[in-house]
Design a protein around this ligand. Structure first.
Ligand SMILES: Cc1cc2nc3c(=O)[nH]c(=O)nc-3n(C[C@H](O)[C@H](O)[C@H](O)COP(=O)(O)O)c2cc1C
Length: 242
């Protein structure tokens, strides 16, 4: 099996449980390249995901090297308001003030953890927050950027299937000691992605993904987001599970 020359500090998890527990969103990467054969193998693993009637509606665009640099330049240009590249294919989330509890509080906690606790940026310092946000468009320095799209027809099940594919890809990456960060921020500029990657109109642009070797020393990668307890989201019916 083709294994990349992993940086010395990288450890690959041995079990599915380890992969689940060690996956987290990584926002600073080492420049070490990821061979195309590795990316292809991870994509083949992710494609083992379940999908509605085995439709497998996902598609991916993988950008590296010069293609990635030129996409980043176009995204940053659009982000600076210098072209007409803004626009989303679907309503990914409510507007800033449209969130309900408990998600409002969880989002606030995430924002505070990332910006205040890890980056030392205050809520008022919009310039510094913007500087960090713009790193999304360089895929946080990862050598591989992935843009995930799915069929528009049927849209709902294709979005669920694409989500399964995304999670499988992130877990498969852990198996090779690689890390990732899913990136909805990219889809704020769907026209740029569509133009650059020649994505046809019948494909909905779902999400981006940064993929590479985590920089273990970087403060951004010290962030660990907590989870609610099982009791807070699971309801057991029947007594067999006691
Ligand atoms: C669909 C999706 C889109 C996301 N988009 C972004 C993004 O644009 N930028 C970012 O830094 N993190 C993004 N995240 C990462 C979340 O903030 C992260 O998953 C969450 O805070 C939980 O932390 P963890 O992944 O480290 O466990 C996204 C996550 C998902 C699932």
């Amino acid at each position: 099996m083709n294994r990349p020359p992993a940086p010395a500090s990288t450890t690959a998890p041995a079990t599915v449980e380890d992969a689940l527990l060690s996956r987290r969103s990584v926002r600073a990467f080492l420049p070490a390249p990821v061979p195309r054969s590795t990316v292809e193998r991870l994509l083949a693993l992710a494609a083992r995901s379940a999908s509605n009637s085995n439709c497998q509606p996902w598609q991916v665009h993988v950008v590296t090297g010069e293609a990635k640099r030129s996409l980043t330049a176009a995204l940053l240009h659009a982000h600076a308001g210098e072209d007409e590249g803004r626009g989303r294919d679907y309503t990914y989330q409510p507007p800033q003030d449209g969130w309900r509890e408990p998600f409002r509080s969880r989002r606030r906690r995430f924002g505070e953890s990332l910006y205040r606790d890890v980056l030392g940026i205050s809520a008022e310092d919009t310039t510094a927050r913007l500087v960090h946000h713009r790193r999304n468009y360089d895929f946080f320095g990862a050598p591989v950027g992935i843009v995930l799209t799915t069929s528009r027809h049927p849209q709902q099940s294709a979005l669920v299937d694409a989500g399964l594919f995304l999670q499988a890809l992130m877990l498969a990456a852990r198996g090779d000691g690689l890390d990732s960060c899913p990136q909805a921020s990219l889809i704020d500029f769907s026209p740029v992605l569509r133009r650059h990657l020649l994505i046809p109109d019948d494909q909905l642009i779902v999400c981006g993904l940064a993929l590479g070797y985590a920089d273990p020393e970087h403060p951004l990668n010290q962030l660990r987001m907590p989870r609610e307890s099982v009791a807070s989201f699971a309801t057991f019916h029947g007594d067999d599970a006691e």
